[in-house]
Design a protein around this ligand. Sequence first.
Ligand code: AGP
Length: 374
Amino acid sequence: EQINKGHYEHYMQKEIHEQPESLTTTMRGRLIRRGSSKSKSVLLGGLKDHLKTIRRSRRIVFIGCGTSYNAALAARPFLEELSGIPVTMEIASDLLDRQGPIYREDTAVFVSQSGETADTLLALQYALDNGALCVGITNTVGSAIARKTHCGVHINAGAEIGVASTKAYTSQIVVMAMLALAIGGDTISSQARREAIVDGLYDLPNKVREVLKLDQEMKDLAQLLIAEQSLLVFGRSYNYATALEGALKVKEVALMHSEGILAGEMKHGPLALVDENLPIVVIATRDACFSKQQSVIQQLHARKGRLIVMCSNGDAASVCPGESCKIIEVPQVEDCLQPVINVVPLQLLAYHLTVLRGFNVDQPRNLAKSVTTQ
Ligand code: AGP
């Protein structure tokens, strides 16, 4: 039953819309609000015997490909914040190409929806050979990565059929938020933050339900963009990953060139592309970098950039530089969970663009769901 399309036309569409439920399943039995003191924490059974070792690691290395890599990138800032351990990122194929350093004192976290991706699997063997503690975050019980890692967490997002990963992405971020809470110490100074994240996680499925109401708006936007050659997506901090992931969705299913750009790099090259024709999505939801994104919007506007700005509900006037600017307003959540919300309109945009352009949504040309060759 889980793998029929129900009343949806495509698996990708179904998987985007079932995210409130998949996120609920991902968190089921893992969030704890205890007793009258309302002490809040998480319980990840698959990690409990290894948490001490992880906390003593010299660094945590995230390893994955494609969307799974992007999910880890989204999680990196709050894992660093809550654990105090340096977190580095590795695209699996690049780690293998470089034979990059992996140490016995490292915790290597392998993120993979399928658990069978060849590059990630080979990187896992490489990390095992180098003596690292290996943790798997997969959606597939019994997969090679789940079997070969020392410990791990299943994301329990349910079967994902569309080649474009959607619900697995948001569940991966949520698992890594729980991982950060589990690894992070229970210091008094971080207590309020940890409790806010746990509360934010409880409320996340409702907020995703809310953002899914942008479906028609994203369809209208797709109609406007249908004949474009290219789409840029600017993000930073928590939402740099959202920019990369939004662009990946657009290119893999809508077959439109799209690039996720770190907004802080704008002046170091991408600004040269800006003119009155090229559409640019700027992610400017509220977080510590909000004023920097306001300034990016101003600079793009000054060069006549064709702007589509994603902002927190009620913030349109603070981000909109002129009448030609399109606005996507999304619900605001705890800053580190915002990537789960912000990716949804971009998933919807990619989906509608694909349908309107007449391409195969669930099976884009040249791509496979699970890349089992190098
Ligand atoms: C996602 O939309 C892509 N199809 C692709 O980037 C995918 O995320 C990548 O191949 C990794 O797959 P995995 O998560 O199964 O390891």
